[in-house]
Write a protein that binds this ligand. Structure first.
Ligand SMILES: C[S@@+](CC[C@H](N)C(=O)[O-])C[C@H]1O[C@@H](n2cnc3c(N)ncnc32)[C@H](O)[C@@H]1O
Length: 186
């Protein structure tokens, strides 16, 4: 996990007055420093897409280990509406990370093959580089900050590349949220 992101999360929790309820720890998702069956719920946000296929399974199997029986894994990731290698490559080039978004069947398969059952799925449009999506996610002030940053000389080219990529592929990209259960007898 990104150490800087951890600091931002701590500050946000302090600002929201909930820091006393939360403990923040930095760890590798594939080797978590927790006992078996420690948690009722594990949440993984926008990270599995960044992993190769075998690594995706390694992460979700590790989450299965630390979940209590009947526990719930909640994930949110990038959805490919059609399996197109060209879209995967363009997305990887735009964000400078080798990403592996999957189709709905592909994502469900990762969960089932890793030992989860009763996988519930919600899919929808990608709003990442859309003004309406930014306002929804970040608020007006956050959106304004993103726009100011995007206009800076050092960020302009990267922002434009990402904007063009998401716009070009918007029909084939979406989000997928899944709720996957650990069975009671594992
Ligand atoms: C696309 S970001 C999403 C982060 C966060 N959910 C958000 O929306 O801001 C993916 C994050 O996953 C982290 N990451 C990648 N592989 C990881 C691993 N094996 N263990 C823990 N974190 C990892 C990266 O450092 C990065 O911060």
């Amino acid at each position: 996990m990104d150490g800087q992101a951890l600091e931002v999360a701590k500050k946000s929790a302090e600002t929201a007055g909930v820091a006393h309820l939360i403990s923040f720890e930095r760890a590798n998702a594939m080797k978590l420093p927790y006992e078996d069956a420690s948690f009722d719920i594990v949440i993984n946000e926008a990270m599995l897409t960044m992993q190769a296929d075998q690594a995706k399974k390694k992460c979700v199997m590790e989450y299965l280990r630390v979940l209590k029986p009947e526990g719930l894994l909640l994930t949110h990731d990038v959805l490919l509406k059609e399996a197109k290698e060209s879209v995967r490559q363009e997305l990887s080039q735009a964000i400078h990370v080798n990403v592996g978004p999957l189709t709905q069947d592909g994502w469900e398969q990762v969960m089932i093959e890793s030992g989860y059952r009763d996988v519930k799925v919600l899919t929808g449009e990608m709003t990442l580089m859309k003004l309406s999506g930014m306002i929804y996610d970040e608020g007006w002030l956050g959106t304004l900050k993103i726009c100011v940053n995007a206009c800076k000389k050092e960020n302009r080219k990267q922002f434009l590349t990402m904007y063009k990529m998401f716009n070009k592929n918007k029909k084939n990209l979406g989000f997928i949220a899944m709720a996957s259960h650990k069975s009671s007898n594992r």
